[in-house]
Design a protein around this ligand. Structure first.
Ligand SMILES: NC(=O)c1ccc[n+]([C@@H]2O[C@H](COP(=O)([O-])OP(=O)(O)OC[C@H]3O[C@@H](n4cnc5c(N)ncnc54)[C@H](OP(=O)(O)O)[C@@H]3O)[C@@H](O)[C@H]2O)c1
Length: 256
């Protein structure tokens, strides 16, 4: 198989949570450009409809299905509707996440902990479990969990968010271990600082931005599009021997 065939996703179905903007939207577009039928999902139907329409206008196959990943019924609806429309799921990108409170760990309440873990970890497990039968039936599947460098190296004030991303990394490795024999791979992508709405509180503060940049050999933050290549590798046959991996895309932040 040529290298371009290895990256070809024609006939593949990809579900991307949190795909109305930022990293999720960039990855969804990349997968669609490589030939996948993409299901663009986030909490708001108008937002996902708009992105899906934008992709279709550019000649790609895309559908918008709203889903708050913290709601189990909506997760089930997302997989049911995807299966109805496209027959199953080959690639799952668990990308939606929340970080409602910046602050030290002693200020975190049980309520905040539950909210963060529900969206950032529990939802990723439940959604993958819902996709697993379809992937196992097809004999292949790729789960990509968008974790963070925070899951390996905590920053001040990111407390529970960092805890959730560490848990997501271990979820990834457990999935890889348990589902390898079904032909299902699971990998984590750990971005560094990416310029999106989610991270605005960091990069809009000059002092915090300077701190991150000074700790990053690349000397800058990144754009969401810089996460796409890794997702294409992991989602396609090009990454057929990669499973249980934790892949950084962080400008060198982890080794600095
Ligand atoms: N930006 C960074 O520096 C950075 C660094 C490391 C890791 N990450 C990770 O990258 C992922 C994407 O973040 P981003 O920076 O691209 O954020 P973003 O640009 O703010 O996009 C977040 C997306 O998630 C959706 N979303 C939020 N809560 C949701 C929920 N409960 N259910 C479903 N969808 C939800 C949002 O759409 P709606 O509002 O329409 O629902 C939006 O589409 C996250 O997992 C984040 O932890 C980001």
């Amino acid at each position: 198989m040529s290298i371009s065939q290895q990256f070809d996703l024609t006939g593949r179905v990809a579900v991307i949570t949190g795909a109305s903007k930022g990293i999720g939207k960039a990855i969804a577009r990349g997968l669609a450009e490589q030939g996948a039928s993409v299901v663009v999902s986030s909490r708001k139907q108008e937002a996902v409809d708009e992105v899906a329409a934008e992709f279709r206008a550019d000649g790609f196959e895309a559908t918008g299905i709203a889903c708050h990943v913290g709601d189990e019924d909506q997760l089930k609806n997302l997989v049911d509707k995807t299966t109805e429309k496209y027959g199953g799921v080959d690639i799952l990108i668990n990308n939606a996440a929340t970080n409602p409170v910046f602050g030290p760990i002693e200020q975190m309440t049980g309520e905040v902990f539950d909210k963060v873990m529900n969206v950032n970890v529990r939802a990723c497990m439940l959604l993958a479990n819902l996709c697993k039968p379809s992937m196992a039936k097809r004999g292949h599947g790729s789960i990509i969990n968008i974790a963070s460098v925070e899951g390996m190296k905590p920053s001040p004030m990111m407390s529970i968010y960092s805890v959730s991303k560490a848990a997501l990394i271990m979820l990834t490795q457990s999935q890889a271990r348990e589902w390898g024999s079904d032909g299902i791979r699971s990998n984590a992508i750990c971005p560094g600082l990416i310029q999106t709405k989610f991270s605005a509180a960091l990069w809009q503060n000059e002092q915090i931005l300077d701190h991150f940049v000074s700790q990053t050999p690349a000397g800058r933050m990144a754009q969401p599009e810089e996460m796409v290549g890794l997702a294409l590798y992991l989602g396609s046959s090009a990454g057929s021997f990669s499973t249980g991996g934790v892949f950084t895309a962080d400008g060198g932040y982890m080794i600095a």
